[in-house]
Design a protein around this ligand. Structure first.
Ligand SMILES: [Zn+2]
Length: 213
């Protein structure tokens, strides 16, 4: 699997394109806002000769799904996420207004998945890990073969997601990260929803939320 990343919208969300060697790809947290960003992503698929066949969401905060309407219109894809994110999806346009962004209501899910489910993309296998706490239905997606985990807004480089929004719970988030993410091999690369990459080992050692005396 090849991983490509884009930073989209004024909020600066990381959108990832996961490309299997067979030429199919998944888009994870499609944050393109407006035609210019949507065109940039579409052009990238053309250049790389990639066919988008999957749309995934770690969770349904508006910045992570600004581009879901476009993905349905242009590529016929609806997103796959946890059912507990329905509240956030349904209220995405209202929440986006708080950030000063106007958006249409995002499309309904293709289907819901849970922690432990696996998703196949060509020969690439992604395992969904249930990591609630930032939101009630947050998922991370782990590719064991390549040693990469997409953590959404659960775990960042040197930080964790905010827990003051609907469905947020600090203790639950800490537990999710400890149980589901810190149990992965330390060399696993973290691709978060915002900011730069890290590894599980670095975060276990130096993330300030887990190293308080
Ligand atoms: Zn979020």
């Amino acid at each position: 699997m090849e991983v490509y990343s884009f930073v989209f919208s004024p909020i600066g969300v990381n959108t990832y394109v996961l490309a299997d060697k067979s030429g199919v790809c998944a888009v994870l947290d499609c944050g393109c806002l407006g035609n210019e960003e949507s065109d940039r992503l579409a052009l990238f698929f053309e250049k790389k000769n990639l066919k988008p066949v999957l749309l995934l969401n770690t969770h349904c905060h508006p910045d992570h799904l600004f581009g879901n309407g476009m993905m349905l219109e242009r590529f016929g894809l609806r997103s796959i996420f946890h059912e507990e994110e329905e509240h956030n999806r349904k209220n995405a346009a209202r929440y986006a207004e708080i950030f000063g962004v106007t958006m249409d209501d995002p499309p309904e899910a293709d289907r819901f998945i849970e922690g432990g489910d696996t998703i196949n993309l060509g020969d690439t296998v992604l395992k969904a890990l249930f990591v609630p706490g930032h939101t009630a239905g947050s998922l991370a997606f782990y590719n064991e073969n390549d040693g990469v985990v997409f953590t959404g807004d659960a775990l960042f480089e040197g930080a964790i997601g905010r827990t003051d929004l609907h469905g947020g719970n600090y203790d639950q988030l800490i537990m999710s990260i400890r149980n589901e993410l810190f149990s992965l091999p330390p060399e696993t690369i973290i691709c978060p929803g915002h900011g730069g990459e890290s590894t599980i080992g670095i975060e276990i050692e130096s993330n300030p939320y887990f190293n308080q005396i």
